[in-house]
Design a protein around this ligand. Structure first.
Ligand code: MN
Length: 212
C-alpha cells in the first residue's frame, strides 16, 4: 500500500479466479478494477488541490478527520476509507486459507466469545444486520479485547481507536452477481476464504502496539 498521495490501486495478491467457487471471478474483477479504482481516483482527485495533505498516509487521513479542511472532510472520509477498506478486505482473503485452530488469535477468540462457533454465529448476525452499504469487522479494542463491530459506508474502525483484524464488505456489489440478494450465503462463502493466518499476524501486531 502506498504511504501517501498519489495513491495507487495495488494488484490483487492472487488471481481474479483464485477464490472460486466462493467469490466469483467477475465480481472480483469489477470490485477491484472498478469499485476500488474509483475510490483511488476520487481520493487522488480530492488531494490534488491540497498539497498540505499529500504527505498523509491513509491511516492518518482516516484517523484525523477532524483536522481535515471542512470542505474535503466527507469526500476524504468516504474515499480514504474506501481505499483502505477494500485493500484490507481483498488482502484478507486467500485461495489457500489455513484452518489451523491454533495461534494467539484463535485462543483469544475462544476466550472472548466462548467458542469458535459462537464467534462465527455472532459475526454472521452482525454482518447480516448492516443496512445498506458497510462492513462487519473483528477488531481489538483499547483494552486488548476482541469485538465484532459494524461500520456504515466506508467508515473504518481505526477512526474509533479500534484495530481491525478481519473485515467483510457487505455492500451488494461484493456478492450480487453470484449470490444475488442472499447475503447470508455470501458471508458463509467468505468464511471459506478468510486468511486466518494473516489475521493472526495482524492481531499480534495490534496487541504489540497496545503494549508499546
Ligand atoms: Mn466494495
Amino acid at each position: 500500500m502506498n504511504q501517501h498521495y498519489p495513491f495507487v490501486n495495488p494488484p490483487l495478491p492472487y488471481a481474479y479466479d483464485a477464490l472460486e467457487p466462493y467469490i466469483d471471478t467477475k465480481t472480483m474483477q469489477l470490485h477491484h478494477d472498478r469499485h476500488l479504482q474509483t475510490y483511488v481516483n476520487n481520493l487522488n482527485g480530492t488531494l490534488k488541490d491540497h498539497p498540505e495533505l499529500q504527505g498523509w498516509s491513509l491511516e492518518e487521513l482516516i484517523y484525523n478527520t477532524d483536522q481535515l479542511p471542512e470542505g474535503v472532510r466527507q469526500p476524504i472520509r468516504n474515499n480514504a476509507g474506501g481505499v483502505y477498506n477494500h485493500i484490507f478486505y481483498f488482502n484478507g482473503m486467500s485461495n489457500s486459507p489455513t484452518r489451523a485452530q491454533t495461534g494467539m488469535l484463535y485462543s483469544a477468540i475462544v476466550k472472548d466469545f466462548g467458542s469458535a462457533q459462537k464467534f462465527y454465529d455472532d459475526f454472521k448476525s452482525k454482518a447480516l444486520s448492516v443496512f445498506g452499504s458497510g462492513y462487519a469487522w473483528l477488531v481489538v479494542d483499547r483494552n486488548g479485547k476482541l469485538q465484532i463491530i459494524t461500520s456504515a459506508n466506508q467508515d473504518n474502525p481505526i477512526a474509533q481507536n479500534l484495530c481491525p483484524i478481519a473485515g467483510i464488505d457487505v455492500w451488494e456489489h461484493a456478492y450480487y452477481l453470484k449470490h444475488y440478494n442472499e447475503r447470508v450465503a455470501y458471508i458463509d462463502d467468505w468464511f471459506q476464504v478468510v486468511d486466518w493466518e494473516r489475521a493472526d499476524r495482524i492481531y499480534q501486531r495490534c496487541i504489540a502496539n497496545l503494549q508499546a
